[in-house]
Design a protein around this ligand. Structure first.
Ligand SMILES: Cc1cc2nc3c(=O)[nH]c(=O)nc-3n(C[C@H](O)[C@H](O)[C@H](O)COP(=O)(O)OP(=O)(O)OC[C@H]3O[C@@H](n4cnc5c(N)ncnc54)[C@H](O)[C@@H]3O)c2cc1C
Length: 384
């Protein structure tokens, strides 16, 4: 049985929530526009500011420059930031994922080099996994690293690499041993300096011209031995072991919350008919469900568990909810959306273009459902 025990916040956690909420109210009062979660324009000054407040790399141990706090504390910060439309994208990958990967698989040298830099928003990471013919079937990646004196020579191409145009490093999955029938064997992760000779980053633009992701080409790029993450050949296990971090967070159901908030601002004085009230009530009830699920996973991460299947469920249902929320807001406002109109319209226009990507990035919903179904049948003794 998949279980999400309820997990109320304690007094210290509620105080953290109030502190972050007050910070964001103040930030917004300074005239900064709300943006949509991880699609926000990167804002390095903002990332540095919240680093100064101790809100990046919260669960990184103090010996590596972190704050020794919890995944729940990070959940609280992220929830408040997303709900207020904060520009979190620059530090996002490092904070959510790379720091955890480094803690688990990195050498002491890598931990001391990169973790304080992530915590202080001095270095930004992106994820170089997908390739033109390897998305859902990630183990089929063809980017190849060949051993050479003191390191590796990397050749190949990545695609859909979010943030590669401002990140410093890409954690790149590549083949380091010949492909056999067991394609999950022989993959490795390299930390690739995106400014290195032989790396080319080319933008891929969305319909509205927005630039979030890229193609990344590796052409005889030298990657030193000390930039190998974990064991050579163990890349698949490493990548999949962090999925609970990647898929369970509030970013999987809260990206569109600034739109719902603006709608609420617009309607709060209006007399709403029953159908609109019901639609808003349903949205809120569903949001509270995903919040309970996500928070419950954060508690389990703090207990050393990696509930990857529960995380897949949050991402599948949460990203569907985000799409449903956008459609509900469009039905309720019932007008032509103006991309250069007021904040509600501008956010909604952005969401209409980007929402189809929510159920793809980080693993498509079809693939997530396969993961969930297999687990239910194999491990939990429940045929469908
Ligand atoms: C906004 C955005 C940001 C992204 N950022 C990054 C990033 O930073 N780094 C990175 O490495 N990648 C990134 N990606 C890539 C993302 O991980 C892939 O798009 C995703 O894994 C799907 O791969 P694909 O696009 O090759 O589609 P495919 O794998 O070709 O899938 C096409 C369709 O077939 C379905 N399908 C495929 N296999 C199966 C199956 N076995 N069973 C049922 N249905 C199946 C899929 O669900 C999908 O609907 C990003 C994608 C998006 C949209």
């Amino acid at each position: 049985m998949i279980n999400f025990p309820s997990s109320p916040l304690d007094d210290a956690e509620l105080a953290l929530r109030d502190e972050v909420r007050a910070f964001m109210v103040d930030y917004r009062k300074q005239g900064h526009p709300a943006q949509l979660g991880i699609n926000a324009e990167p804002n390095i000054e903002f990332s540095k500011e919240i680093s100064r407040r101790g809100w990046v790399g919260m669960s990184v141990p103090t010996e590596y420059g972190g704050h020794g706090r919890t995944a729940v504390d990070r959940f609280i910060v992220v929830e408040e930031m997303l709900a207020a439309g904060a520009p979190i994208s620059a530090h996002w990958v490092g904070d959510r994922q790379t720091a955890q990967m480094l803690l688990k698989f990195g050498t002491e040298e890598q931990k001391h080099r990169f973790l304080p830099a992530i915590v202080n928003s001095e270095v930004f990471f992106c994820l170089g996994m997908s390739e033109p013919d390897s998305g859902s079937d990630l183990a089929s990646v063809r980017t190849r690293a060949t051993k050479t004196e003191g390191g590796w020579i990397l050749n190949g191409q990545k695609v859909w690499t979010s943030g590669a145009h401002y990140a410093d490093f890409a954690v790149s999955l590549c083949r380091t041993q010949p492909l056999t029938e067991r394609k999950h064997i022989g993959l490795s992760q390299l930390i690739v300096d995106l400014k290195a000779e032989g790396v080319t980053v080319a933008p891929i633009r969305l319909l509205n011209g927005a630039h979030h992701f890229n193609e990344v080409f590796f052409d005889d790029v030298f990657v030193a031995d000390e930039m190998l993450l974990g064991e050579p050949g163990d890349g698949w296990r490493q990548v999949t072991s962090e999925l609970a971090h990647e898929r369970s967070g509030p970013d999987r159901f809260l990206s569109v919350m600034p739109i719902v908030q603006r709608l609420y601002d617009e309607l709060k004085e209006a007399k709403l008919d029953g159908a609109v009230r019901a639609e808003l009530g349903l949205l809120f009830a569903r949001y509270m469900t995903f919040r309970t699920m996500s928070l419950s996973i954060a508690r389990r991460l703090d207990q050393g568990e990696l509930p990857a299947v529960e995380a897949a469920l949050v991402k599948d249902m949460g990203t569907q909810f985000e799409n449903d929320a956008i459609n509900a807001v469009r039905r309720i406002i019932d007008r032509q959306v103006d991309p250069v109109g007021d904040e509600l319209d501008a956010l909604l226009a952005d969401a209409i273009v980007t929402a189809p990507t929510f159920t793809l990035r980080g693993g498509t919903n079809e693939v997530l459902r396969t993961v969930i179904a297999k687990d239910l049948i194999r491990n939990r003794g429940r045929a469908a």
